[in-house]
Design a protein around this ligand. Structure first.
Ligand SMILES: CCCCCCCC(=O)CC(=O)SCCNC(=O)CCNC(=O)[C@H](O)C(C)(C)COP(=O)(O)OP(=O)(O)OC[C@H]1O[C@@H](n2cnc3c(N)ncnc32)[C@H](O)[C@@H]1OP(=O)(O)O
Ligand SMILES: NC(=O)C1=CN([C@@H]2O[C@H](COP(=O)(O)OP(=O)(O)OC[C@H]3O[C@@H](n4cnc5c(N)ncnc54)[C@H](O)[C@@H]3O)[C@@H](O)[C@H]2O)C=CC1
Length: 310
């Protein structure tokens, strides 16, 4: 049943017709991506359960969502502070937190998984959820690089499995890649596309190919920048300046690497170099391995290619 819902997300109209019957979703992982997905889902009228491994992490995730919403409110409600307060409290009120994904399954229409980029851990999670979730519940992963089919193979609901790949920062980036595996039913795929519209994202249809569309092009570009640094051809600052001023990118490749997380970059590269050893674009990077080994994961850890310590 279509219903009218007020939405306030950045850059879009303030009211929209709801496209889907997805009312409740469970976002698993409250990190960089999960918290952004939970925020946008709640601000577009969905009830959200956000799951992570501890209450400590979840409290930080909620605090980050609060900060990000303040930025939205500052802009959208510049002349209406009361409306801004109401929007903030209503949005936060739609997000509940839990340390048990299984416990959230009973009431959920859609699962979006945004945990660590590791196939075995994702498969273990989904096989547990498959046993607990109602029949109609659709499962999706926000993976950057792992084949959706490999993750889905841990469940018995291949027709109700797909990929929803958001971009960082989720409240700002307008794109959503919607991925289908051969077994995804038309009904599921159409529901995912409609959900993307409800989230006020522009959707593109993707096959389950490595990196889908964006990362198949972006990962080789970012790793080539690291290899340029490894060869001593130019400094991170000069490479970043060159790509921003010479190619119009909002961030240079080193700023973006620190922003997405060097651990995530390494997980992607390790997976692809193992699966496609013949492709030189995907071979490991000693510099990336060293930084991650030293715990330098980018902005989130205070240091990566650049330092963020105050
Ligand atoms: C080898 C492996 C590599 C791949 C790894 C996998 C990654 C993936 O799977 C897929 C990805 O996500 S790839 C990353 C995609 N994201 C990008 O490329 C971001 C590039 N950067 C930007 O767009 C801007 O610098 C950015 C928007 C971030 C910041 O913009 P500015 O520099 O202009 O800074 P601000 O003036 O602070 O922000 C501009 C407007 O955006 C609002 N904003 C920023 N962050 C926000 C946030 N977290 N929440 C809410 N609002 C936010 C900010 O308020 C401002 O708004 P306006 O005042 O309206 O302009
Ligand atoms: N960082 C980025 O720019 C992007 C990342 N992605 C993908 O999104 C996923 C998450 O990435 P990030 O948010 O960057 O990672 P992150 O490291 O910021 O957050 C991951 C969260 O998952 C939690 N977690 C790990 N195992 C869990 C489990 N079994 N149950 C519940 N929670 C668990 C962790 O405690 C952590 O809070 C990955 O698959 C990544 O490839 C997709 C698009 C962009």
């Amino acid at each position: 049943m279509a219903s009218v819902c007020k939405t306030f997300s950045r850059g879009f109209s303030s009211s929209a017709i709801r496209q889907t019957t997805i009312k409740h979703l469970t976002v698993i992982g409250g990190g960089l991506m999960g918290s952004g997905i939970a925020q946008v889902a709640a601000s577009t009228g969905h009830q959200v359960s956000m799951v992570d491994q501890s209450d400590d992490i979840l409290n930080k995730s909620k605090a980050n969502i609060g900060k990000s919403l303040q930025r939205v409110v500052k802009k959208k409600f510049a002349d209406d502070p009361k409306g801004g307060e109401q929007f903030l409290s209503e949005t936060m009120g739609r997000i509940e937190t839990s340390t048990s994904a299984v416990a959230c399954m009973e009431k959920t229409d859609l699962v979006i998984e945004a945990i660590v980029e590791n196939l075995e851990i994702k498969q273990k999670l989904f096989s547990e959820l498959d046993a607990a979730a109602p029949k109609h519940t659709i499962f999706t992963s926000n993976t950057s690089s792992i084949p959706i089919g490999d993750i889905a193979s841990s469940t018995k609901r291949l027709d109700r499995f797909g990929g929803l790949h958001f971009f960082n920062p989720v409240p700002v980036m307008k794109l959503l890649e919607v991925i289908r595996i051969p077994a995804t039913s038309d009904e599921t795929f159409n529901k995912l596309l409609a959900f993307g519209k409800d989230m006020q994202k522009a959707t593109v249809n993707c096959k389950d190919t490595p990196g889908f569309i964006v990362n198949r092009l972006l990962v080789p570009y970012m790793i080539e920048a690291v290899r340029m640094l490894e060869r001593g051809d130019a400094s991170p600052r000069d490479i970043d300046t060159a790509m921003k001023l010479g190619a119009g990118y909002p961030m240079g490749p080193f700023e973006l690497s620190d922003y997405v997380g060097l651990d995530t970059m390494k997980f992607i590269l390790d997976g692809w170099s193992k699966n496609y050893p013949e492709n030189p674009l995907f071979r490991p990077s000693p510099m990336l391995d060293k930084l991650v080994g030293e715990g330098k994961l980018g902005a989130k850890s205070g240091e990566g290619f650049y330092s963020y310590k105050k």
